[in-house]
Design a protein around this ligand. Structure first.
Ligand SMILES: *Cc1c(COP(=O)(O)O)cnc(C)c1O
Length: 404
């Protein structure tokens, strides 16, 4: 057989469109919550592929589901349905408020579908003026033109103008401000129950309750973007279940496939009728290979053991991080829910989250940032205690370096 092409981190700079600035090493293998680079160096993975690898790497049952389906049927296209996608739909319906499911390949696509559904639903009601979308400052909903415009960070959208219109942004967790902009022209409000990319900022319960009431009053759809918070991340299957506020439409992706690309928009029977035959679609959406993997991931995560285990693991993290912070007071706050953890840097260390994660890499741990001032951890939901301890010990060495 021909030798594979030799690749190094330099190859990225040589060959890739530079929208990312990846770390200066290349990971080649993973098992559970450990990964190894080209040189054989080991890392504890506290990032989980940005809240995606919710069962770690190479989970034996997920791997078996992938291999089994890979030997049967990979793809058909939506002129033909398939068994794995129907089973996955039923799993989502049985576990949530929803009656109907649309599958796609990413979080952005799930949100794109949700926003399109909201626009068409309002139009179908006969009100041509009811097309306004309310979204929140610092929100993140993906990178398609519609979803990046709904996102609340102009730096990600402004260079791509003209942007889709009819989107208003208002401060997160400020119900009085939301009340000023939600009215009879509003077709949808889109919100993350916990802003992930925006800094791991949980919504206050009264805020989400208030949005629910405003949407009901004005006939607008409440869309929860649970792309990051979904599939067990917060210790509930979906974060809306913690809040006791039920949306009209929910989007889920990231952990849904445990590393295999898949997304979904779920909604009620009544709203699902909006998107009739031919109104929306995507080639790969509900592909049998993706659906078979997601079905296995979903049934493994949606158990009391795994969901309660998330709360247990949060305690391990809080204990370890509190200890680090006693020795080196670097964090002003540790926030989030379950295994979506944001460590906010003290003003003294403002802007240095990226540097801290780079030092963490050197010490052998993978961590994320959520903006310049927040270090974020989104590990596997089943990370063993030993890996939490070892990863935090390595992280502590990185903290010590930045604090000395
Ligand atoms: C990651 C993310 C998205 C975008 O998902 P992609 O799969 O990258 O398109 C959307 N919303 C939230 C809340 C996210 O965290």
């Amino acid at each position: 057989m021909e030798q594979p092409i030799a690749v190094t981190r330099q190859s990225f700079d040589d060959w890739m469109i530079p929208v990312y600035a990846p770390a200066d090493f290349i990971l080649v293998r993973g098992e559970g919550s450990q990964v190894w680079d080209q040189q054989g160096k080991s890392y504890i993975d506290f990032a989980g592929g940005i809240a995606v690898n919710a069962l770690g790497h190479a989970h034996p049952q997920v791997l078996a589901a992938l291999v089994e389906q890979a030997g049967k049927l990979w793809h058909l296209g939506n002129g033909y349905t398939n068994e794995p996608v129907l089973r996955l739909a039923k799993q989502l319906i049985d576990a949530t408020f929803a009656d109907k499911v649309f599958f796609c390949n990413s979080g952005a696509e799930a949100n794109e579908a949700a926003l399109k559904l909201a626009r068409k639903h309002a139009l179908d009601s006969g009100n041509r003026e009811k097309n306004q979308i309310v979204a929140f400052n610092n929100a993140f909903h993906g990178r398609t033109l519609f979803t990046v415009s709904a996102g609340g960070q102009p730096k990600y959208s402004q260079d791509f103008a003209p942007l889709p219109g009819g989107i208003t942004h208002t401060p997160f967790n400020d119900l009085a401000a939301a009340e000023q902009v939600i009215n009879g022209h509003t077709c949808a409000v889109i919100v993350e129950p916990i802003q992930g990319e925006g800094g791991v900022v949980p919504a206050q319960p009264q805020f989400l309750q208030g949005l629910r009431e405003l949407c009901d009053r004005h006939g607008a759809l409440l869309i929860f973007d649970e792309v990051q918070t979904g599939v067990g991340r917060t210790g509930s299957l979906y974060a809306y279940m913690n809040y006791g506020v039920v949306p009209d439409v929910l989007t889920t992706a990231k952990a849904l496939g445990g590393g295999f690309p898949i997304g979904a928009m779920i909604t009620t029977d009544k709203l699902a009728k909006t998107l009739g035959v031919g109104t929306h679609g995507t080639t790969y959406g509900g592909n049998p290979l993706a659906a078979a993997v997601a079905g296995e991931v979903f049934s493994l995560i949606n158990t009391p053991e795994v969901l309660d285990g998330v709360k247990q693991r949060l305690e391990w993290f809080i204990a370890g991080l509190t200890e680090i912070n006693l020795q080196y007071p670097i964090f002003s706050e540790i926030r989030g829910a379950g295994l979506l953890i944001g460590c906010v840097l003290n003003p003294e260390y403002a802007g240095r989250a990226k540097q801290l994660t780079q030092l963490a890499n050197e010490e052998g741990v993978i961590a994320l940032i959520a903006g310049p001032d927040v270090v974020r951890f989104t590990p596997s939901l089943i990370i063993p205690e030993q890996d939490v301890k070892e990863g935090l010990a390595r992280f502590a060495r990185a903290v010590a370096r930045i604090c000395s």
